[in-house]
Design a protein around this ligand. Structure first.
Ligand SMILES: C[S@@+](CC[C@H](N)C(=O)[O-])C[C@H]1O[C@@H](n2cnc3c(N)ncnc32)[C@H](O)[C@@H]1O
Length: 325
């Protein structure tokens, strides 16, 4: 499936008269501070707009995360997506693999409707076939026995717009082997991630990514000026450029995330958590570590290592015995 096809399909089926322009402006305004504004989407046109203008950027982020952990996602056969919206996670994942079962636990029937239309149009002939289902409800009201056992549960950009979202987390993940949380790459998104992380560690989950410091330490937890986030450059489609009045053919999406497993995890290397500072003769950056977190690699000390490390960007893994990042 090519994403541009999906954008064209949504545009010509739901938005061609462009009467929702005002709604789009309201939606963007609401997403600037989702916790304080009404982001509830209850109209198919608006749900289609969301998928083109926000869902596509989020898909780019999800694809980036999956591509870094292909071996982890390889083992995933069943997914429960809390607040899955138009099925953003499913469509991103389908670029890599088809799972056996995907369940969207979503309060907006407009989103569920759009997801079903898109699944029929773009995934129905994919093999192996994914059984796609939805539970139309407020997920905070679910009990563990209402949630099917799953390999992975997902919270993608949902905590940021759901009051008390973290309250029920421990019981919502009860039947999951892994949890993926993605939030906007803002101080508030990071704060949600840190709180979720505490709850999941308490529940016995281990961190797959992005944290690489030992014993649950977080070097950015109490930093007044920085927070753990990454940046992905996302290409814009023609329809997106049109809807967003955008001139550029790309945009940058900042995000924070957390991938955890019920089972013990072995990590190799340390995550680069700042934008590397490059000079002709050195590169320096911060890593996610419990000690000596500022690394400087100079050309003079180790030419080969410098050659490799100078290509690193925020989010890559750095290894002492650096042979590749
Ligand atoms: C910003 S959208 C994200 C949608 C999708 N996960 C994505 O990444 O594109 C937030 C979604 O969470 C849903 N949501 C928020 N709180 C919810 C709740 N308590 N129960 C069910 N759905 C919820 C909203 O309806 C919306 O679809």
């Amino acid at each position: 499936m090519v994403q541009y096809d999906m954008d064209d399909f949504l545009y010509s089926n739901y938005l061609v008269d462009y009467s929702k322009k005002r709604n789009l402006e309201d939606l963007f305004c609401a997403y600037q501070s989702p916790a304080q504004r009404n982001t509830y989407i209850n109209d198919p046109g608006l749900a289609a707009l969301y998928m083109i203008t926000r869902g596509r950027s989020i898909m780019g982020v999800i694809e980036k995360i999956i591509s870094q952990y292909l071996d982890v996602f390889d083992d995933v056969g069943s997914v429960v997506d809390f607040g899955g919206g138009p099925g953003t996670f499913l469509f991103a994942l389908s670029k890599f693999k088809m799972v056996n079962s995907y369940i969207n636990v979503e309060r907006s029937d407009a989103f569920i409707g759009i997801m079903n239309v898109l699944v029929e149009e773009f995934l129905s002939s994919s093999t192996p076939h994914t059984h796609v289902d939805s539970i139309s409800c407020n997920y905070l009201k679910l009990e563990p026995q209402d949630i099917p056992t799953n390999d992975l549960c997902v919270f993608s950009y949902t905590f940021c717009e759901c009051d008390n979202s973290l309250v029920g987390l421990a019981s919502l993940v009860e039947n999951s082997n892994m949890v993926l949380i993605i939030e906007p790459g803002t101080p508030s998104g990071f704060n949600n991630i840190i709180q979720a992380r505490d709850k999941l560690i308490e529940k016995g989950f281990s961190i797959i990514a992005p944290c690489t410091a030992s014993n649950g330490f977080c070097p950015l937890r109490n930093s007044g000026s920085d927070w753990c986030h990454f940046v992905e450059r996302i290409d814009r489609s023609r329809v997106q450029r049109h809807l967003k009045n955008g001139v550029l053919g790309y945009e940058y999406e900042k995000y924070s995330y957390l991938l955890m497993s019920k089972y013990p995890v072995h990590t190799v290397g340390k995550r680069i958590i700042s934008r590397p500072n490059y000079t002709k003769h050195s590169v320096s950056f911060d890593i996610c570590s419990e000690k000596s977190s500022h690394i400087i690699v100079t050309k003079r000390e180790n030419k080969d290592k410098f050659k490799i490390v100078k290509k690193s960007i925020r989010g890559d893994l750095y290894r002492e015995d650096q042979s590749k990042t």
